[in-house]
Design a binder for this molecule. Structure first.
Ligand code: KIV
Ligand code: NA
Length: 275
């Protein structure tokens, strides 16, 4: 299993880091078997697994429930779990309680927090507590309502300058890795160059130290609209639907179950039964 030091070494050596979300036992198990370096139990689970239209309804309990399942599926992969909407704002006592519960109960290697600014102090304190922190800048889905939707961030020179400053501040606060979501590739390249910690992109071009995608987008499983930056590598949803439709057909036609699927009682038992 990778650790914060080995991930740092991968960056230094120019070995790209492959990261993917996972939300339950089978998805994590398959991702681990595929050779993923890092798995993220993202709060995107609210949208792709629970069917919400944003991530703001996702709770600490949801993250623990899914994080534990993903951990059971991938026992040997660096696992990051998102702190959900509002769970790391407010009092430090409440933040620490939420973070400790998620960290301890999911047996994660790190927790991910969206944003800089006031969040930097939380990062410092969590790292001081002994909890590795992954930062997340650029498009912040938890703040989509404030940002005016899911839009590319850091497009202007001033916004880009602010993002570079924030990225450096996240590293200075002790973050072990940074996720950059939906920003121009030139800006992502600059951030990756200026930081010592691995910078992982999603919709941030290919000059970052690695990539992360959402599981269901990557294999096309129940995800409807794919954003421009997604490449899907399988047609899982279509394969499943075809299989399930055939099952329905065979149940109705009587083609399933066949002889090999059934259990048989011995003749003498049958005779005894009917006398
Ligand atoms: O929740 C999530 O899936 C994420 C990734 C997009 C980085 O935070
Ligand atoms: Na997330």
């Amino acid at each position: 299993m990778e650790n914060t030091a080995s991930l740092m070494k991968m960056k230094k050596q120019g070995d790209k880091i492959a990261m993917l979300t996972a939300y339950d036992y089978p998805s994590a198990k398959i991702a681990e078997a595929a050779g993923m370096d890092v798995l993220l139990v993202g709060d995107s689970l609210g949208m792709v697994v629970l069917g919400y239209d944003s991530t703001v309804k996702v709770t600490v309990e949801d993250m623990i429930h899914h994080g534990k399942a993903a951990r059971r599926g991938a026992t040997d992969t660096f696992l990051v779990v998102d702190l959900p909407f509002g769970s790391f704002h407010g009092s430090w006592d409440r933040t620490l309680e939420n973070a400790m519960r998620i960290f301890q109960e999911t047996d994660a290697q790190a927790l991910k927090l969206e944003g800089a600014g006031e969040v930097l102090e939380v990062t410092r304190k969590l790292v001081a507590t002994g909890i590795p922190v992954v930062a997340h800048l650029g498009l912040l889905p938890q703040a989509a309502a404030v940002l005016g939707g899911y839009k590319v961030q850091g497009k202007t020179a001033s916004a880009a300058k602010q993002l570079i400053e924030d990225a450096k501040a996240c590293e200075a606060a002790g973050a072990c890795m940074l996720v950059l979501e939906c920003i121009p590739h030139q800006l992502a390249a600059q951030v990756a160059k200026e930081l010592n910690i691995p910078v992982i992109g999603i919709g941030a071009g290919r000059e970052t130290d690695g990539q992360v995608l959402v599981y269901h987008d990557t294999v096309k499983y129940g995800s409807h609209h794919l954003p421009k930056f997604v490449q899907s590598y399988a047609e899982a949803g279509e394969t499943m639907q075809q299989g399930l439709a055939q099952y329905v057909e065979e149940v109705k036609s009587g083609a399933f179950p066949k002889e090999q699927h059934r259990f048989t009682m011995k003749e003498e038992e049958l005779e005894q039964l009917y006398g």
